[in-house]
Design a protein around this ligand. Sequence first.
Ligand code: SF4
Length: 278
Amino acid sequence: MPEIILARTSGFCMGVKRAMQMALETAKKSPGHVYTCGPLIHNPQAIEYLKENGVETVQDWRDIADGTIIIRAHGMPSGSIEQIAAQGLGIVDATCPHVVTSQRQIKKFSDQGFFIFVIGDSKHPEIMSLQSFAAQCMVISTPQEAQNAPRHDKIMIIAQTTFNEDEFNRIAEILKTLATEAIVCNSICQATSERQHEIKSLAAGADAVVIVGGKLSANTRRLAEIATEICPKTFHVETESELSAADFKDCRKIAVSAGASTPDFITSRVIDYLKKLP
Ligand code: SF4
């Protein structure tokens, strides 16, 4: 049997735990329907669990006639909460406190005339929320995009909370050369940063790495990217059913980590599977 090493930092982060608890408590107490706009977290198994416990997912709150909307940990665009309230719906705001801090920082510097560069994935809901707090803003995802970015006198550079820290530093260095005054706000949250550091050291000493979590989860995908750079035999899976014993032939040490939105019971099933390998 290979040695299995589980990352200390794997599993739900503070923001996800808080959002799950708030959603489940609301569903228990509330007589009406409880919804989230888009999945509360990017993990299909966790979404199924929420559904079984009275929290449904809708794509747009404008389609809802009554009930309560849970604001996701990613946050919502500026002004949305007021619009939801104006429609007569209940609101439970589960925006992660780290995302709220980023929203406030963006608003503060934007009000002072800074052009805002948000480093992240432009289609991610957190980025859509962050962008809406800036008067002038551009999303940058890669160093190449940073090289082609326009010049501005005063810029503020901020990250998606789950972005790859090394990549953020690379992009920030390029953007800084395009401005007279640059404020760099490394808003990558501690949970993400610790997880990325740990997987780097675990992957360096492992024959294979398994990253458990939703394929649409940004922080899980980044963990898999970081691990793959160091240990090419890295597998990103949502459940143990995607693994095959043949992939681990001759592997003596397997490192396992999970994204911030991966429930522990799913990671445990993966570990049980790996423990049964010959
Ligand atoms: S990954 Fe970080 S910012 Fe995102 S919900 Fe978790 S603690 Fe909050």
